[in-house]
Ligand binder design. Structure first.
Ligand SMILES: Cc1cc2nc3c(=O)[nH]c(=O)nc-3n(C[C@H](O)[C@H](O)[C@H](O)COP(=O)(O)O)c2cc1C
Length: 346
């Protein structure tokens, strides 16, 4: 079946807020998405979900896909290599997510070994006919736009994205995102944004750019210097969920990006911990993101060592109290012209 105006629907959504929370496995859970949504992310992606897994999915797998009450929408990213499994997964996701589903994205970008050895993720860039069959199978069932996320190519030295994007547009894709690295590069080197224009020149559907967007300034630079109609913010959200509002204000009114105080960042960390506690509640995940909020604070290295010892919500919250007291003590010392002690002052 498919929808006829998918590309135009996406264009309108991108024009309203071009900065999107990118899919990140192990990161973009409901708590993470809500942190970003409360600060301007209007389109947020699930972690990638296996179409094979969805056929006999547990509630644990569905947790990756189903939005919480506070989330007005979700973009669900699927990975796999069998067209018929994509077709059934699209049906199942539409049925379970309902009206909150904004789009289905197909992962042709993941470079992880356990994914590519099964011909999934970025390996699909090597099998364009199969990639097109997968898009057709998804589009046939979808009542929402179907999009694809890819890289420059699977192999370094090749640039297969523009021709593949063209094929996938013909197969019914409503937008395509391109990460300016090859699969073989993993996350190393510098992202090559020129691929975004090469893809945009090859298709008529909107193109989303990705790669090395580490700040609101980077996000706006990608939007204004390339033909991307939207920009994925991935690692640039680490400890900085404000990046969406900041980028929009910078792009629309040249509002300079505010510097956030340690107090503000610790308040955001408390909010994030509360969301994880309420929705997941996988507190081990907090060990990763908690350290992101501490970047640049006094004694951050010592606190990072403490973060990895926390196991419960209460452990994390009392550690944040300790960090806040230390930050206040350090600010007092500095205000009086003193030098910071080598270890936390509390
Ligand atoms: C921890 C992590 C997990 C990721 N998981 C996914 C994923 O599930 N699906 C996907 O398409 N891309 C995934 N990506 C790639 C990002 O969406 C993005 O394209 C990439 O990080 C490049 O952007 P950046 O350099 O601005 O971070 C992941 C990246 C990171 C760092």
């Amino acid at each position: 079946m498919g929808i006829s105006n998918g590309a135009e629907r996406l264009r309108a959504a991108y024009a309203a807020q071009p900065f999107l929370l990118a899919p990140m496995a192990g990161v973009t859970d409901a708590a993470y998405r809500i942190m970003c949504r409360r600060r301007g992310a209007e389109m947020a992606y699930s972690e990638m979900v296996s179409v094979a897994g969805l056929a006999y999915a547990s509630n644990k797998t569905w947790r990756l896909v189903l939005p919480e009450d506070e989330e007005p929408q979700i973009c669900v990213q699927l990975f796999g290599s069998k067209p018929e499994q994509f077709a059934s997964a699209v049906d199942a996701v539409q049925e379970r997510v309902g009206d909150k589903l904004s789009l289905i994205d197909i992962n042709m970008a993941c470079p992880a070994r356990k994914v590519i050895t099964k011909g999934e993720g970025s390996a699909l860039m090597e099998t364009p006919d199969l990639a097109a069959q997968i898009v057709r199978a998804a589009v046939e069932r979808a009542q929402v736009p179907v999009t694809v996320k890819m890289r420059i190519a699977f192999r370094t030295g090749e640039r297969t994205a523009p021709a593949l994007a063209r094929m996938l547009e013909d197969a019914g894709a409503d937008a395509v995102a391109v990460h300016g690295r090859t699969a073989k590069q993993l996350y190393t080197g510098t992202a090559d944004w020129s691929i975004i224009d090469e893809v945009a020149d090859a298709v008529t559907i909107p193109v989303v750019g990705s790669g090395d967007v580490f700040s609101a300034e980077d996000a706006v630079r990608m939007l204004t210097t390339t033909k991307a109609e939207a920009v994925f913010v991935a690692r640039g959200t680490y400890g900085n969920p404000w990046v969406f509002d900041d980028a929009r204000a910078l792009a629309s009114a040249a509002t300079p990006v505010p510097v956030r105080s340690a107090h503000e960042r610790l308040e955001a960390l408390r909010e994030h911990l509360e969301l994880v506690h309420r929705y997941l509640p996988l507190m081990a995940r907090a060990r990763t993101f908690a350290t992101w909020y501490l970047k640049g604070m006094p004694h951050a290295a010592a606190w990072r060592g403490q973060v990895v010892r926390c196991t419960s919500f209460e452990d994390f919250m009392s550690l944040v109290d300790e960090i806040e007291a230390d930050v206040a003590a350090c600010e007092d010392i500095l205000a009086q012209g003193g030098t910071l002690p080598p270890l936390p002052a509390v």
